[in-house]
Ligand binder design. Structure first.
Ligand code: BG6
Length: 465
């Protein structure tokens, strides 16, 4: 038996987001965002037709939720401000009720010894801005920068950890390549412009934050998927994996940390004649405004092989023209979500950040296990016995520990998520929480077995295994 002892003041907690938890989508002055709109237009796209209005109702229940966070070992917690709650039209007039809500929520967390980490953009484009093109339109970058600065001024005296985006590649993939976010287009040129504007917006927000001289840090949260070739001795597989890495990881990681776009990705986009529209001064701005802190979301790796299937020309160029995904025989799979489980991936990411990204301060900002049909694990006493989740987290933490032993600057571990929450078109299909929600009984909360286990880990700052 070894005791895995984590560094002092390690951040233990979880992550969530405003649009996935708050509820009260049509009251208290909130404006519509793309999710409110898409659900009104096409409820059938959402699992069991459950839309963004049916979240865990944190807007009303946050005080008791903070107590549940304490009972599950949180010393820190990340959520996001809803842009369309603060600025119902995305820009212009502020909604004072939103200011009041975030003020009391933040104060409640701090009063209970839980440090609030605040993210600014978690997939929730205000509808009024989407109507003008959303991230495709440079005006959105200016609106975002104003929104970000407003948040820093309103809440930056108490919030000391800020994040410009959560998983900025996801709106690119979902909205403009694979159709799981609104506007559900398939257009690589639009996708590239969207990604570029997200990066520019992030750099502008970082510039504004640093100019305010607040006592805190600002970063970005990226979902990193280590890209492994089918055969590491086959140059074509290795090249394919490298290209997938450029599209899905380095596209945001390099500009966020190094202030530069990856040369191999730029060369591909240039060849395809789909470089984004930009202004000459942008590149210096991106170079000068890199992150203080990196949040890493890790769920599963990407396995890649050289392109074997024919290129599908229906929608013009796609990242998938350069590689095929590889279904590795014998891989361990989460049977309830279908995703590969590969705990060592978390170590590979932390090692990559240490070796190739200046060992920037970072933390695991999301990791977790989604389970469909988790109610079947509820015991007669009412508790979800999620031993599979405990094993999952423990396996990943062992690799975080190993990376730390080798000098990683990893400062914490946040789970996705605190309590089961609404997850976009997947709604409540996959449950991830340390706390279960009973949707049929006023969103009644019960701490899962993993929640009690996590508290023990946080209290002991480690575990024996
Ligand atoms: C994360 C996102 O990547 O995955 C969350 O940051 C999302 O917003 C989570 O809810 C789980 O996704 P899913 O599709 O398994 O419910």
């Amino acid at each position: 038996m070894t005791f895995y002892n984590f560094p002092q003041n390690f951040w233990w907690g979880s992550a969530a987001s405003g649009p996935q938890t708050e509820g009260r989508t049509d009251g208290d002055g909130k404006g519509d965002n793309i999710w409110d709109y898409w659900y009104q237009q096409a409820p059938e796209k959402f699992f069991n037709q459950v839309g963004p209005g049916r979240t865990s109702d944190v807007y009303q229940q946050f005080k008791s939720d903070v107590q549940l966070m304490k009972q599950t070992g949180h010393n820190s917690f990340r959520t996001s401000i809803q842009w369309s709650r603060l600025f119902p039209q995305g820009t212009g007039a502020i909604n004072q009720q939103a200011v009041d809500f975030y003020n009391v929520y933040i104060d409640e967390l701090i009063a209970n010894g839980i440090e609030p980490f605040m993210n600014l953009y978690h997939f929730d484009m205000p509808l009024a801005l989407q109507a003008k093109g959303g991230w495709r339109n440079r005006e959105t970058v200016d609106a975002y920068s104003h929104y970000a600065e407003t948040c820093f001024k309103l809440f930056g005296d108490r919030v000391k950890k800020w994040f410009t985006h959560n998983e900025p590649i996801v709106p690119v993939e979902g909205g403009y390549l694979y159709q799981f976010h609104y506007p559900a287009e398939v257009n690589l040129a639009h996708a590239v412009q969207v990604g570029y504007h997200e990066t520019l917006a992030s750099a502008l927000a970082i510039q504004k934050y640093h100019a305010l001289n607040l006592d805190g840090q600002i970063g970005i949260i990226l979902n990193l998927t280590p890209s492994y070739p089918r055969d590491a001795t086959n140059p074509a597989d290795v090249k394919a994996a490298r290209i997938a890495d450029a599209f899905f990881n380095r596209s945001f990681l390099d500009p966020a940390v190094k202030g530069e776009f990856p040369a191999d990705l730029v060369a591909i986009l240039k060849d395809l004649a789909i470089l984004p529209t930009y202004q000459p001064t942008d590149l210096a701005l991106i170079k000068a405004n890199t992150v203080d802190l990196l949040g890493i979301n890790y769920y599963q790796p990407r396995r890649v092989k050289a392109k074997e299937t024919p290129i599908d020309h229906t929608n013009g160029p796609m990242p998938d023209d350069f590689f095929d995904n590889y279904d590795m025989p014998g891989k361990k799979v989460n049977p309830y979500r279908g995703w590969e489980i590969y705990a060592r991936g978390i170590y590979d990411i932390l090692t990559n950040v240490r070796e190739n990204y200046g060992n920037l301060p970072c933390f695991i900002s999301e990791n977790g296990m989604g389970v469909e049909g988790e109610e079947r694990y509820r015991n007669p006493a009412g508790q979800i016995e999620d031993d599979y989740r405990i094993e999952f987290v423990q396996d990943h933490l062992k690799y975080v520990y190993q990376a730390l032993q080798e000098g990683s600057n990893c400062l914490g571990y946040h789970m996705w998520t605190c309590m089961d929450n609404w997850s976009w078109t997947n709604a409540y299909k996959n449950r991830y929480g340390l706390i279960a929600i009973d949707l049929d009984h006023d969103c009644q909360r019960t701490i899962k077995k993993s929640g009690y286990w996590f508290k023990q880990v946080a209290d002991q700052n480690g575990f024996e295994a």
